[in-house]
Design a protein. Structure first.
Lengths: 253, 160
């Protein structure tokens, strides 16, 4: 059982993790039927479905604490109550943009999961270990795409570099602590987000360079964005994602 | 009161909905069966977390146990230890092959050491003149390969 004073911070952190996976899964699913080749259409739809499965695990762990129903959380929450990072809600862009975003997310998730597997909160540690077994396929896939695009033609390189220029400043929000995180870190439930960011930089930076990419200026170019703030794109996404469920909120699925 | 052995036997007839020749027992997803006065608890673990067949399996498992006359059946899901394709039985692997799905590559001990893309053997002709076409396939648990002897595609169960 979780210490009652830690329940709310842990529920907040789980919601952030679940929302990241769900919104990214939805964005990725938009490629179904539009992938550059059939194999990629299949691969990216699989990755989207995996992320949705992972979202379901995190929502479930939150529900164990709060008693909330996952479907209600997903389909009947407005944009202002979503806690995903902005990087996952941005429109899918071109293929280079979606691949780069997925790579940055996969690399971040791999660091998160590696550390969460040592959490003192057993359900969190166990879920992280389970999800990590599936995530390896994603990172492998997106890493290959980055090499292909980055070291491919002038056109593919330019598009990937443009994607990095846009996405890099957003990526650090994936490691920004939530207001309640400090208590979870002190209790051994959560790794220190700043240490995670350091590990992620150590892995992502050299790899991006290997793919022929130049990292945008490191100086923070913008203020820290809290997860309570969203771009207008999240509203558009939710309008589509929630439209069917909201036609009849009492329907049984 | 039902015997545990009866329940395991009933579960051997519950097939994976996406691979209807292999049972949930052969897949290694049934972790425990417990019988107490009037209640049966079956503990299962998911294969791939996002697998849409999970809910169907859960329902089929409960129905099979209820079919034995159990008054109350609970299907409990655990994530630990994480499911691995190493838990698919030898009989299950052979059935996969006959179904046309190459069994997953074997690895021992450390799952981090999985040779993800070890050569797959074509389930039709046994050839190893094969190449990976896609690490993702028509379901979360499958990869797509090509056999240069059959000159046709085949699928392999993904190592996890």
């Amino acid at each position: 059982m979780i210490d009652p004073t830690l329940a709310a911070p842990l529920a907040d952190r789980l919601l952030a993790m679940a929302d990241d996976e769900l919104i990214l899964a939805h964005r990725n699913s938009e490629w179904a039927g539009h992938g550059p080749i059939l194999e990629e259409d299949i691969a990216f739809a699989n990755i989207a479905l995996d992320e949705m499965g992972h979202a379901a695990i995190w929502y479930g762990l939150r529900g164990d604490i709060t008693g909330e129903d996952t479907d209600r959380l997903i389909f009947f929450r407005s944009a202002g109550h979503y806690r995903n990072a902005q990087i996952v809600e941005l429109p899918r862009g071109d293929w280079a943009f979606s691949m780069l975003r997925q790579y940055l997310f996969d690399a971040a998730e791999s660091v998160w999961l590696g550390q969460l597997a040592a959490s003192d909160y057993a359900p969190l540690a166990q879920a992280a270990a389970k999800i990590a077994t599936e995530e390896r396929y994603h990172l492998r896939h997106t890493s290959l795409w980055l090499r292909r695009l980055g070291l491919g033609t002038a056109e593919s390189h330019a598009r990937l570099q443009a994607a990095l220029d846009t996405l890099w400043p957003y990526a650090r929000q994936l490691f920004a602590p939530l207001p309640g995180d400090a208590a979870l870190v002190a209790a051994g439930i959560l790794p220190h987000p700043a240490a995670l960011a350091h590990e992620w930089h150590g892995r992502a930076r050299p790899y991006l360079a290997e793919c022929g990419l130049i990292l945008p200026d490191d100086a923070p170019s913008r203020r820290d964005i809290p997860r309570t703030e969203h771009t207008e794109h999240l509203m558009d996404l939710l309008a589509v994602m929630q439209s069917v469920a909201r036609l009849d909120p009492t329907a049984e699925w | 009161m039902l015997a545990e052995a009866d329940i395991w036997r009933a579960l051997e007839a519950v097939m994976d909905p996406e691979i209807p020749v292999v049972s949930v027992v052969e897949m290694g997803i049934i972790r425990a069966v417990a019988v107490s006065a009037g209640e049966v608890v079956v503990t299962m673990t998911p294969t791939f977390s996002g697998c849409p067949a999970l809910e169907v399996m859960r329902r089929d498992i409960a129905a099979a146990v209820r079919g034995l006359g159990a008054a109350r059946v609970t299907v409990h899901t655990v994530l630990h230890p994480p499911w691995s394709t190493e838990w698919i039985s030898d009989a299950g692997r052979e059935k996969l092959r006959r179904f046309g799905l190459a069994p997953p590559p074997r690895f021992s001990g450390d799952p981090a050491g999985v040779a993800f893309f070890d050569l797959a053997e074509c389930p039709r002709c046994g050839s190893t003149r094969t190449s990976l076409r896609n690490a993702f396939g028509p379901t979360l648990c499958r990869m797509i390969w090509y056999c240069h002897d059959c000159q046709d595609a085949f699928e392999q169960f993904k190592a996890l």
